[in-house]
Design a protein. Structure first.
Length: 126
C-alpha cells in the first residue's frame, strides 16, 4: 500500500461527506466539520457525541421504513438524524438504521411512530 492518505467518511449525524486525516483514521476519532459532532469509530456502531441531547426512538433494517419515517419526521419538522443508514447497503442483516430525535421532539416523534403501521418495523422503542 502507498502512503496513508486519510479516508473519506460520511458524518453519521448530518450525512456530510468529508475526508479525515491519517492521524484521525489511526485514532478512530474525528469531529465533523459540518455539525460539530464527535465520532468514535472504535465502537460498533460508531458512537456519535452530539452537541445536543438526542434519544434513540426507533431502529429498522427496512429501507422503505427509513424513507417513510424520514418524510414523516421532515413533515413534522422534527430534529433527527439517522445512524448507520449507510451500513444497510453493506451489512443489511447486521446493522439496523437507528433514528435519533432531539429530546424536545421525542414525544412528538413517538406519536408519529404510533400513528403509522409498524408491522414491518424491526425494532420499535418506547
Ligand atoms: Zn456532521
Amino acid at each position: 500500500m502507498g502512503a496513508p492518505s486519510g479516508r473519506s467518511v460520511t458524518c453519521p449525524s448530518c450525512a456530510f461527506h468529508f475526508k479525515i486525516s491519517p492521524e484521525e483514521v489511526a485514532s478512530k476519532r474525528y469531529r465533523c466539520p459540518h455539525c460539530g459532532s464527535g465520532v468514535d469509530l472504535g465502537t460498533e456502531p460508531p458512537t456519535v457525541e452530539r452537541p445536543e441531547n438526542f434519544v434513540e426512538v426507533f431502529s429498522t433494517r427496512n429501507q422503505g421504513d427509513i424513507a417513510l419515517l424520514k418524510s414523516l419526521l421532515d413533515d413534522a419538522q422534527i430534529d433527527y438524524y439517522v445512524l448507520g443508514e449507510e451500513f444497510l447497503s453493506i451489512y443489511p442483516l447486521i446493522q439496523p438504521a437507528r433514528f435519533f430525535v432531539s429530546t424536545g421532539h421525542a414525544e412528538k416523534a413517538k406519536l408519529i411512530l404510533k400513528s403509522i403501521d409498524t408491522n414491518s418495523f424491526g425494532v420499535s422503542r418506547s
